[in-house]
Design a protein around this ligand. Structure first.
Ligand code: GLC
Ligand code: MG
Length: 728
């Protein structure tokens, strides 16, 4: 245990970039099915492009000269219906990269909307992974809102910079769903939208950098967020896997997909107009079929190949896809396209590269008729295969065409011009050759993972060097360094209130000798803590977490944890907070002794004061990044974004090498919530205030039947905390 924590302490010294060793990067991508081989992309809504992106990024990162190790942290899943590899704790992906699977809630597969309540355990499991391998990452990069939530918490505990990629954003999704006519309430229950957006705000708030794929994503999507800070966002498009997508060669033989298409097409060698998308109305497949059906010359010159996902029984499909496919079948019949259109029922992901090559060999064209296209990975795949592209006049295609000059944009609603443009592309052979060549070169130059990683490492190095590495104090000898377990109690209404029970607790702790370390975590200042503990004859703490987690001190000399102070400085601008809070009704600053370097506290009149949610939003809109903690329906504490009793307890546990299941925490009110959640052993005394009601039924939180220190004793008994393999 001690050697583990020494390693951690050494690493977190004042050094900036590690010299001898390369970077250790953790990528976090929690939901869906992630494995090293045969990705099950499309198996469900959560196993899609993001997973491909993360794994390709991981592999490419590890190939960079400055990177030594990459771990992809994801959720561990046990299910008889799934490949057992999803339960394996560690699976190698590529040289220098491991997939690390961590427990998170129930063992079975859960869709991403059902993961929220379990993410704190994922965070704790991630910290335990760090402890186990004895190495703190240099960077944590989260993918999607759920991972953003986790990374916000562990990056702050480990004091390492965090980078975030949204992949898709809740505020945008909510708008789309509302447009589609869904009710706000249904969106909420089906998609846990508020939680998702809140996690996204938190991630944007904590991240040192955001990586986006296109400028449009920045301007139209991230801009919808309170914590939108354009200068922290870097646009780095993802790479195309050039080992998969490459131009045709003479060696291309008979492929499965070629045989499949020949079932549909009378003259399979005619130029192929290729479209690949999901069966989604926004993909606008119908206009493409119309364009083709209405243009005699085009029908004569070329075949149309539509890949619109896989299907078994159209009638059994979900309504929107069903309608798209029914319309497709109707239009084929209406224009009588039999023999010149192919629309395979099934294809595998290996068929896709073959398809692009086949289309390129036929001197065809790739068309994306979608109504909007913020990015357009298929366009890049087509380009890499030497296939010219036609795409909607939107952000993604415009970026791509600017770099690759391998096609044109069109108005996706104008079927006449669409067909004319397709015809022109496949009949003007000189331009076709030029576009084909430009696409291959352009992708190799602008859209490879190697290029992506080169830019990425630049951004990341900047983040790491700007990030103030916390210097941590080492106390020579402390019970904390040798104890096996740690008990942390809140003071008011928890530790104190019942003298007899408290003295019983003191005796129990004494009997444990060096086995169990003791600490308090309180909203009080250190001075008033010392006074109060003395007054009550309480046990002497080995660690003092005071002023709502913003200050940590060790031992009888009250040695301050300076690393923690530095950690708390992160983005903390107290003057701006005071200013922004001036005009609220119902809030009164507590007396000056309660205002600390990293804590600003108000007394709250709940009848007059605005909702905490409103205060939070106001502060964000002022560009202020802080944590708000509401307790006893009477106090509001404003703390640095990374500070709470919860992060303080975890900091102490990490630092001194206590596994979280050897840490018992007891509390009664709002400012205890964060330390009670997650994988610590939590106890709530029966005289708790209403804010904590919502924790009932959570894993690892025991609601005692007794009050004050009696409740503490009951909790200790419940977890058999003091009788585990201990000498008398
Ligand atoms: C303690 C502190 C006060 C804080 C409250 C809630 O009473 O003295 O400043 O607001 O706890 O955390
Ligand atoms: Mg209390």
């Amino acid at each position: 245990m001690i050697s583990g924590s020494t390693k951690i302490l050494k690493k977190s010294g004042n050094s900036s970039l590690p010299k001898k060793h390369g970077l250790y990067i953790q990528l976090i991508s929690i939901h869906g099915l992630i494995r090293a081989e045969n990705l099950e992309l499309g198996r469900d809504a959560d196993t899609g492009g993001q997973i491909k992106y993360v794994l390709e990024l991981a592999t490419a990162l590890a190939q960079h000269k400055d990177v030594e190790r990459v771990d992809v942290l994801t959720r561990q899943i046990f299910s008889t219906k799934l490949d057992p590899v999803y339960a394996t704790p560690i699976e190698p992906l590529s040289p220098g990269v491991n997939i690390v699977r961590l427990p998170c809630g129930p063992k079975r597969y859960l869709r991403k909307e059902a993961l929220w309540a379990h993410l704190d355990s994922f965070s704790d499991a991630a910290l335990q992974h760090v402890k186990k391998i004895g190495r703190i990452p240099d960077l944590i990069h989260s993918h999607y809102a759920d991972a953003g939530y986790v990374a916000s918490s562990i990056s702050s505990l480990l004091s390492v910079p965090m980078v975030h990629t949204g992949h898709s954003l809740g505020r945008v999704k909510r708008e789309r769903l509302l447009e589609k006519g869904l009710r706000e309430r249904n969106i909420e229950t089906q998609y846990a939208m508020t939680q998702r957006i809140e996690a996204e705000e938190m991630a944007l708030d904590n991240a040192a950098a955001i990586i986006a794929s296109t400028n449009q994503e920045v301007e139209e999507q991230y801009q919808l967020y309170d914590n939108y800070t354009p200068k922290r966002i870097s646009v780095i498009p993802p790479g195309v896997d050039l080992t998969l997508f490459s131009p045709p060669t003479e060696h291309d033989t008979d492929t499965n997909i070629k045989r499949e298409l020949s079932r549909f097409l009378k003259n399979p060698d005619k130029p192929m107009i290729l479209a690949i998308s999901r069966a989604d109305p926004r993909k606008n497949i119908a206009t493409l079929i119309k364009a083709y059906g209405e243009n005699e010359q085009l029908r004569d010159k070329a075949n149309l190949v539509i890949i619109a996902g896989n299907r078994d029984d159209i009638v059994a499909m979900e309504k929107t896809s069903r309608r798209v496919l029914q319309e497709l079948l109707y239009l084929i019949d209406y224009y009588d396209l039999h023999g010149s259109i192919a629309y395979p029922k099934k294809h595998s992901s290996e068929d896709i590269p073959d398809l692009y090559r086949l289309a390129a060999t036929s001197k065809g064209v790739f068309i994306n008729p979608a109504l909007t296209e913020p990015f357009g990975l298929t366009l890049l795949e087509a380009a890499a295969s030497g296939l010219p592209i036609i795409a909607p006049n939107d952000g993604g295609p415009r970026d791509i065409l600017r770099h690759c000059k391998n096609g044109v944009v069109i108005d996706p609603l104008d079927s006449k011009k669409m067909s004319a443009q397709i015809l022109k592309t496949i009949t003007d052979h000189k331009t076709w050759q030029q576009w084909s060549k430009n696409g291959i070169l352009g992708v190799a130059q602008y859209y490879t993972w190697k290029g992506h990683v080169d830019n990425y490492i630049e951004v990341v190095k900047d983040c790491i060097s700007k990030h103030q590495q916390a210097t941590r104090t080492v106390v020579a000898k402390s019970k904390l360094a040798i104890a096996e377990r740690l008990l942390i109690c809140d003071i008011d209404n928890t530790l104190i209130g019942d003298r007899a029970a408290l003295s019983q607790l003191t005796n129990q702790l004494k009997r444990m000798g060096d086995k169990v370390a003791f600490g308090v975590a309180t909203g009080r200042t250190i001075q008033s803590t010392l006074r109060e503990l003395k007054k009550w004859d309480a046990p002497i703490p080995d660690v003092f977490i005071t002023s709502v987690g913003s200050e940590i001190r060790y031992g009888s000399r009250l040695t301050e944890d300076l690393g923690w102070q530095q950690h708390n400085d992160y983005r903390w601008k107290p003057k701006e907070v005071y200013n922004a809070m001036r005009d609220f009704n119902g809030l009164k600053l507590q007396h000056s002794g309660e205002q600390r370097r990293h804590k600003i506290s108000f007394n709250v009149d709940p009848k007059k004061a605005p909702k905490i949610r409103e205060i939070r939003q106001h502060l964000r809109q002022c560009g202020i990044h802080v944590k708000l903690i509401y307790s006893h329906e009477a106090y509001l504490d404003i703390l640095p974004i990374r500070t709470s009793k919860g992060t303080a307890v975890r900091h102490v546990a990490m630092k001194w090498g206590f596994p979280l299941d050897q840490v018992l925490v007891v509390g009664d009110s709002g400012n205890d919530e964060e330390m009670l959640s997650g994988n610590t052993l939590g106890v709530v005394v029966s005289n708790h205030s209403p804010e904590l009601k919502k924790l009932r039924g959570r894993d690892h939180i025991y609601f005692a039947e007794n009050e004050y220190a009696k409740g503490v004793l009951e909790g200790i008994k419940h977890y058999r905390f003091l009788d585990k393999n201990t000498a008398q």
